[in-house]
Design a protein around this ligand. Structure first.
Ligand code: ATP
Ligand code: ZN
Length: 297
């Protein structure tokens, strides 16, 4: 291959470029996810990019707002960004996977003391937001005419200084709204970090992405499940086993003490407490719960 090919995109096909937030709420969890996938990336201060030492991945550190555009333009092949940013920017990218972190909601809030019965409250009002596209879609869908006042930060102070009668902003605990005398009245969008990709990856790039996705899914599944070990009296075994889903079926091993068995299984986080209570009631003892690092099914 001649060196004149250096700028040719196909020359970079053997490596996948991922864009993640440079600093901010998604940065640490994005780096942690790559680490949990066994990918070593050094995160030098003020670095624009970094190459993984043990996986064909190059990491670009960018402002979150710019990530959808970079992925659409194939400057980066994939990216990690909040759903809120993806929907606001309306870029042509494919959503690959929800990542389970960076959870928040995009909500409308009004001043405490305002009588808000339904969205008709917003008719003719002025709404301050950094998400004009999403808010406009929402208002159109509800048939409400309101003025959208776009501001890039500190949206929550707008009603207090008389700039708007309502705001639409990201909320997680709600404490920022509370401190500014605001009440959340409508949730427009539930958001979390997602993996997006360029719509025209080469077969080779897609193959690297599939490898990465396989690891991400194993990490996600492990987080959503716990490994449970318990002791069961043999005469209760049947009932205890019926309570346990397991990956196939629970493992049962005899204990040194006669009449007892050790039972091992995997329980999902969402049903965990419910099942543990039933196991105890059915006579299980010495219940140990262990986190799972990776889970491949
Ligand atoms: P950047 O400098 O990259 O532009 P930013 O200030 O726009 O950063 P952050 O505040 O770091 O963005 O938030 C990044 C993303 O984190 C948001 O777009 C959203 O998806 C998610 N997020 C999770 N919880 C919250 C929250 N309580 N407030 C704001 N964003 C949140
Ligand atoms: Zn941003």
């Amino acid at each position: 291959m001649s060196t004149t090919n250096a700028n040719n995109q196909s020359a970079n096909n053997g490596i996948l470029k991922i864009a993640i937030q440079k600093s901010g709420r998604l940065h640490d969890d994005s780096m942690k996810l790559l680490k949990e996938c066994g990918i070593d990336v050094s995160n030098g201060v003020n670095k624009l990019k970094s190459e993984a030492s043990n996986f064909p991945l190059e990491v670009f550190f960018l402002r979150d707002d710019d990530i959808p555009q970079y992925v659409e333009d194939a400057v980066a092949d994939i990216g990690i960004v909040g759903e809120n940013v993806v929907y606001e920017k309306k870029k042509k990218v494919d959503v690959v996977e929800k990542l389970g972190f960076g959870k928040c909601r995009l909500s409308i809030a009004v001043q405490k003391g305002d009588v808000y019965n339904d969205v008709s409250f917003l008719e003719g009002k002025r709404i301050a937001t950094s998400y004009p596209v999403i808010v406009k879609d929402f208002l159109n869908e509800k048939g409400i005419n309101a003025e959208i006042h776009e501001i890039s930060g500190s949206v929550e102070i707008a009603p207090g200084i008389g700039l708007a009668q309502a705001i639409c902003d990201l909320v997680s605990s709600g404490s920022t709204l509370f401190m500014n005398g605001l009440t959340e009245v409508e949730t427009i969008l539930q958001s979390q970090a997602i993996l997006i990709k360029n719509t025209q990856l080469s077969a080779e790039q897609q193959a690297i992405l599939n490898k990465l996705l396989f690891r991400i899914q194993a990490v996600k599944k492990a987080k959503n499940n716990k490994y449970v070990l318990l002791n069961a009296p043999n005469d209760q075994l049947e009932q205890i086993i019926s309570l346990l889903p397991g990956m196939k079926s629970p493992t049962v091993l005899p204990l040194a003490e006669k009449g007892w068995s050790s039972v091992h299984s995997v329980i999902s986080e969402s049903t965990f407490w419910d099942i543990i209570e039933k196991l105890k009631a059915a006579g299980a003892q010495g219940i140990l719960v262990v986190p799972i690092e990776k889970m491949i099914v």
